[in-house]
Design a protein around this ligand. Structure first.
Ligand SMILES: [Zn+2]
Length: 402
């Protein structure tokens, strides 16, 4: 079983350009699903396509009325992206089930492998419709949203062979579910820095974004002495420095400043208005909110000292999601069985699991990304690391019945 062959074969289901560009409900998606269906069938799975375009492969338990463990990730990619993001999280559990099937191991619960249509949100101005439909949180009004060719989600789904009218009925009964498990590339450098192939995720970061506008006034860069300036960009620079210091001092907290707009932005004029965004991420929502307040306090004092007007507004807030303790412990047990270091890390990126957390307990397994690269044609995960991940999934499934 060479996993890299599976990855490379499905990577060809893409627009002809550098890297992978596979958008939902396109011919490339049709071609990818055709391969997934073949691989699911080879693993002994029963296949169906739901009304939100999620391809499902079921490994059915011989025990009647048993619960179901959901495992999945997204088939789509961004533009000129990598070969592993999303799709690897569908292929690896299929291969783990193929092993169980080959060894004639049946499970006391059903497993469903879910290949979600759209997580990246690149084609339509929304994302996560597969998991949101299962959780009952998909907004049906979004069916009218259009891509840049004026095709609505509704039409794209119909062309894909789905009936959007049935999306409402996709909501799952959580009493019949054990949880959702997602395998994903790390998309960051932590596992590589620890020399580990795989890691257990403890939670998905909450995110807040603050829009900062600082206002001074423009004047001649040659005639205005330094002490008489009202420089909005110099103040923004001080804020950037301060935000970085706060983030450096606090574990499990990341802060980034970017998307800077500067007016008049000419080389001989003192900046009069600077707009920037401060993004904060943490798996600990309380900590994130506390540090957000600290940042706002510092912004106030910097602007006061420099006698500048400012405005700071929150434009986005997404709560953190914790992974389920019981599922984490089962993963730790699988790691220990395989003599792997049960290293725990957080996810700084949002995943399908984020939306699934509205439905049931979630857990995630990260697989090492070379140089931490992702959303990049150079994205790479080694054969050995993926083989280890398949073994972890297999053990995780076997441990679940104990
Ligand atoms: Zn992804």
């Amino acid at each position: 079983m060479n996993i890299q062959n599976y990855i490379n074969t499905i990577a060809k289901c893409s627009r002809p350009a550098e890297g992978v560009t596979r958008l939902p409900f396109t011919n490339d998606h049709v071609a990818a699903n055709k391969l997934l269906k073949k691989w699911m069938t080879d693993a002994g799975l029963k296949i169906s396509l739901d009304a939100a375009g999620t391809l499902i492969g079921r490994y059915i338990s011989p025990i009647k009325n048993s619960k179901t463990l959901l495992i999945g990730s997204h088939q789509d990619s961004g533009y000129n992206s990598g070969r592993y993001d999303g799709i690897m999280g569908i292929i690896l559990p299929i291969l783990a089930l193929k092993e169980l099937n080959k060894k004639k191991i049946s499970l006391p619960f059903n497993v469903e492998i879910l290949a979600f249509a759209d997580e990246e949100g690149v084609r339509f101005p929304t994302a996560l419709m597969g998991p949101r439909s299962l959780a009952g949180t998909f907004n049906l009004k979004d069916l009218k949203l259009k891509d840049k060719n004026n095709i609505t989600i509704e039409q794209a789904l119909k062309n894909f062979g789905c009936n959007p009218k049935n999306i409402k009925s996709l909501k799952r009964n959580k009493k019949k579910l054990l949880g959702f498990f997602e395998i994903h590339i790390e998309q960051g450098p932590v596992l590589e820095s620890k020399k580990l192939a795989v890691g257990i995720v403890n939670g998905i970061s909450g995110i807040s974004r603050l829009k900062l506008e600082i206002e001074g006034y423009a004047s001649h860069a040659g005639t205005t002495p330094m002490h008489l300036r009202k420089d909005s960009l110099a103040a923004t620079a001080e804020v950037i420095n301060t935000v970085e210091k706060i983030a450096n001092k606090n574990n499990n907290f990341l802060a980034t400043m970017a998307s800077i707009e500067n007016k008049p932005n000419s080389v001989n004029a003192i900046p009069a208005k600077s707009i920037s965004f401060i993004e904060c991420r943490s798996v600990d929502d309380l900590k994130r909110k506390r540090l957000e307040k600290e940042i706002i306090k510092k912004v106030k004092s910097i602007c006061k000292k420099r006698k500048l007007k400012f405005n700071i507004n929150k434009t986005y807030d997404q709560s953190a999601v914790s992974c389920d303790k019981k599922m984490i412990n089962k993963l730790k047990k699988s790691f220990n069985n395989l003599k792997l270091n049960p290293f725990v890390l957080m996810s700084g990126a949002t995943h399908d699991a984020s939306a699934m957390s509205d439905l049931c307990p979630i857990s995630m397994l990260f697989v090492r990304s070379q140089k931490g690269l992702s959303h990049n044609p150079k994205e790479f995960t080694s054969e050995n690391d993926m083989q280890i991940a398949v073994k972890v999934i297999e053990k995780f499934l076997i441990n679940y019945k104990q």
